[in-house]
Design a protein around this ligand. Structure first.
Ligand SMILES: Cc1cc2nc3c(=O)[nH]c(=O)nc-3n(C[C@H](O)[C@H](O)[C@H](O)COP(=O)(O)O)c2cc1C
Length: 315
């Protein structure tokens, strides 16, 4: 039984059979391997329903050359390049140190080939991890990542391969850098995805005009933060049209920095909401977001947060 700091039972959700004590999810790449932020005084994983770990590959990766991050108006560019210690290290050394009584932990799987996605998923299947998120939308690696996620057939192939490797909840992280995200979601659903994360970062570039060079070592990076929120809301709305008939949940994300933003994603169709970039400037944000959602439920006469999902009334 999970102990929880979120005391408002109205915020609890069922996510693919997993009990989340809050709809909030800490996003992959923004909280290391679930233990980094716990060093911040006052921060607790108990304030959220789940924590997504950093993207993990079969072999360790050193990531891209610097600069890897750059602040932009209302957002940031990053091109970390999936730096991680490899799946065996994560399973054998990191997972045993995590407190699964505090929250749910979700692995984030990446690969350069379909076989690598399958194998990393298989190794996480044989671990205490609660769910597996497939990142077919990373814009910062040369092979795999968004190259798969922007191609509907390849996306479905990766999902099908991962599905064969696990019975744990499988969440597909969709790319906003494609023409028809709803068509991609439909194909991934048929291939066995249980849920979706919408959206990953948008590809972007920053230029140092004095040097006439891109600022980011990788030349391009993924744009996150409030700058992408309107795009993310539309993509969640579009994917929800595919998901709602099947009761498939979405983790809405992209630029959430307060409770109001979180509410907008829930209303657009998300069952859970992810917080990433905002943690870099406000690591203690989650308690306020929970409180704002609770206050909204009271003011609008909702009994539980699930009633908000997809409650958007179109004009
Ligand atoms: C520094 C950084 C690293 C990230 N690394 C990953 C990753 O390893 N895997 C992944 O699926 N998404 C990764 N993301 C994307 C986030 O999980 C999230 O989907 C995206 O940033 C949008 O949410 P936000 O605007 O709240 O940050 C990363 C984002 C940032 C800013």
């Amino acid at each position: 039984m999970m102990t929880s700091r979120v005391t408002d039972p109205r915020l609890a959700i069922d996510f693919c059979g997993l009990g989340f004590n809050s709809p909030l999810v800490l996003l992959s790449g923004c909280v290391g391997f679930g233990e980094e932020y716990t060093r911040v005084r006052g921060f607790s994983n108990r304030d959220v329903g789940a924590v997504c770990l950093k993207g993990t590959t079969l072999a360790p990766r050193l990531g891209n050359r610097p600069h890897r991050v750059f602040e932009t108006p209302c957002g940031m560019l990053n091109a970390i390049g999936l730096q991680n210690p490899g799946v065996d290290h994560v399973v054998e050394r990191i997972l045993p140190g995590l407190d699964f009584a505090e929250t749910r932990f979700i692995a984030n799987v990446s690969g350069s080939t379909v076989e690598e996605y399958h194998e990393v998923t298989r190794r996480f299947d044989d671990s205490p991890i609660d769910a597996i998120e497939i990142n077919i939308s990373c814009p910062n690696v040369k092979e795999g990542g968004v190259a798969f996620g922007n191609d509907i057939a390849m996306s479905a192939e990766v999902v099908a391969a991962c599905r064969k490797a696990t019975r744990k909840p499988l969440i597909t992280k969709l790319s906003p850098n494609q023409t028809d995200i709803a068509a991609n979601a439909r194909a991934c659903l048929e291939a066995g995805s249980d849920a979706f994360s919408v959206i990953n970062t948008l590809m972007g570039m920053a230029i140092d005009s004095e040097r006439r060079r891109p600022v980011i070592g990788n030349n391009q990076g993924g744009l996150s933060g409030p700058a992408i929120k309107p795009i993310a809301l539309l993509k969640v709305h579009q994917v929800y049209q595919v998901c709602r008939r099947h009761g498939v949940p979405i983790i809405g994300q992209g630029g959430i920095q307060d409770g109001r933003d979180a509410l907008e994603f829930l209303i657009a169709g998300a069952s859970a909401v992810g917080i990433g970039t905002a943690l870099f400037y406000e690591p203690l944000l989650c308690r306020d977001v929970n409180a704002t959602i609770g206050d909204y439920l009271t003011r609008h006469g909702f009994k539980r947060v699930v009633e908000l999902t997809g409650s958007l009334c179109l004009n």
